[in-house]
Design a protein around this ligand. Structure first.
Ligand code: SF4
Ligand code: SF4
Length: 302
C-alpha cells in the first residue's frame, strides 16, 4: 500500500523542494471554475509540490545585469517542462497503485470564464469567455485550480499583500504543480496564517504602483513588468515619443486597465528578440518579490 510518506519521498526524489497533501474537503465552497472536485469528482486529496526559483536569478535582475534567465529558467522552464514531466512521473506511481492522478500544471495564458485579471508573465492572456457548461451542475470548461488556494490547503504557503504566494522556506521564490487524486492519503493541515507581516516593502518597491492595500492590480503589473518605467535599463528615447502621457506612464502614475494595457503592449518592445514562447522578461526585476524575500530573511521567517 502506498502511503503519504511514500508519495512525499518520491516527490522529493523527483526534484520537488516541498510537498504537502491537502484534504479535498477543505475545497468545499470553492467557485466551480476552480474546484478540484469538478475535475475529479471522486477526489480525496490534492498533492501539492513546490519548486524553488533560484534566488540568484532575482539578484541578477535587481543588479540590472541579466533578465532573460529568470523568464526562461525561473518561469518558463519550471512551468512548461519541469511541471509537465514531474507530475507525470509522480502520477504514474499513483496510477500503478490503482488510483487516478489528474495532473495539474500552471496554465499561464488562460483565465477561467469570468476572471478578468491577467498574468503579467506572458505577452497576453485569454479569458475563456465563450465556454459553456454542457449540462446543469457542470462548470464551463476549463476548470483551473486556484494556485494560491491549493498551496494553502496543501500546507505549503499562503498569499501575501504582494498577491503572490509566500511559501515556507522559499518565500516568494517558488512555483507549484498539483495532482488531484482519489488515493486515500493522510493529509497535512492547511497553512495557517501567512508569512506576510504587511511591512509594505512590496508596495514601495513596485515601479508601476501595481500593489496597494487593496491587493495586486494585475493589469497595472503587466504594463510595468514589461518595462514601461524609468528604471528599465532597456528604456529608449523612442518609447512613447511625442505622447503627452509619456512622463506620467514612466513614473508609474498612470492607471491601466485591460484596454489601455493592451494598447500599450505592442510599444513595449525593449529587446531585439520576440518573447520566447510568449514569456516576457520581468523588466521590473520582480522588485516586489526581491524586497519581500529579503524582508522575510531579515526578520527570520525564512
Ligand atoms: S513585502 Fe511585506 S507586505 Fe509585501 S508580501 Fe512581503 S511581507 Fe507582505
Ligand atoms: S514589481 Fe513587477 S511583478 Fe511586482 S507588482 Fe510591480 S510590476 Fe508586478
Amino acid at each position: 500500500m502506498v502511503t503519504a510518506l511514500d508519495i512525499k519521498k518520491k516527490a522529493l526524489e523527483l526534484g520537488a523542494d516541498l510537498v504537502g497533501i491537502g484534504d479535498i474537503r477543505l475545497f468545499e465552497g470553492t467557485t466551480p471554475q476552480h474546484d478540484p472536485k469538478m475535475i475529479l469528482p471522486k477526489a480525496t486529496c490534492v498533492i501539492g509540490c513546490a519548486f524553488r526559483v533560484p534566488r540568484a536569478l532575482y539578484q541578477t535582475m535587481h543588479d540590472q545585469v541579466q533578465y532573460l534567465n529568470y523568464a526562461q529558467l525561473g518561469v518558463r522552464l519550471i512551468d512548461e517542462e519541469v511541471s509537465e514531466i514531474f507530475p507525470l512521473r509522480l502520477g504514474a506511481m499513483v496510477e500503478d497503485a490503482g488510483y487516478d492522478a489528474c495532473v495539474q500544471r500552471n496554465v499561464s495564458n488562460l483565465m477561467v470564464k469570468g476572471d478578468k485579471s491577467t498574468n503579467p508573465e506572458v505577452f497576453d492572456t485569454y479569458e475563456l469567455k465563450y465556454a459553456e457548461a454542457v449540462a446543469p451542475g457542470k462548470p464551463a470548461p476549463d476548470v483551473i485550480l486556484d494556485v494560491a488556494q491549493a498551496a494553502r490547503i496543501c500546507g505549503l504557503g499562503a498569499i501575501g499583500d504582494s498577491g503572490h504566494v509566500l511559501a515556507k522556506e522559499l518565500g516568494p521564490y517558488v512555483r507549484f504543480v498539483f495532482i488531484i487524486t482519489d488515493m486515500p492519503l493522510e493529509c497535512d493541515p492547511p497553512f495557517e496564517g501567512t508569512l506576510c507581516d504587511h511591512c509594505g516593502k512590496c508596495i514601495a518597491s513596485c515601479p508601476g504602483h501595481a500593489i496597494s492595500k487593496e491587493g495586486l492590480d494585475t493589469w497595472q503589473c503587466a504594463v510595468y513588468y514589461k518595462g514601461a518605467h524609468e528604471t528599465n535599463p532597456f528604456m529608449h528615447d523612442d518609447f512613447l515619443k511625442g505622447s503627452a502621457e509619456r512622463e506620467k506612464i514612466l513614473s508609474g502614475e498612470k492607471r491601466f486597465d485591460s484596454e489601455s494595457a493592451r494598447t500599450l503592449y505592442p510599444q513595449e518592445s525593449f529587446l531585439p528578440t520576440e518573447p520566447m514562447r510568449g514569456y516576457m522578461p520581468a523588466l521590473c526585476g520582480k522588485a516586489c518579490d526581491y524586497a519581500c524575500y529579503h524582508h522575510l530573511k531579515e526578520t527570520g521567517r525564512l
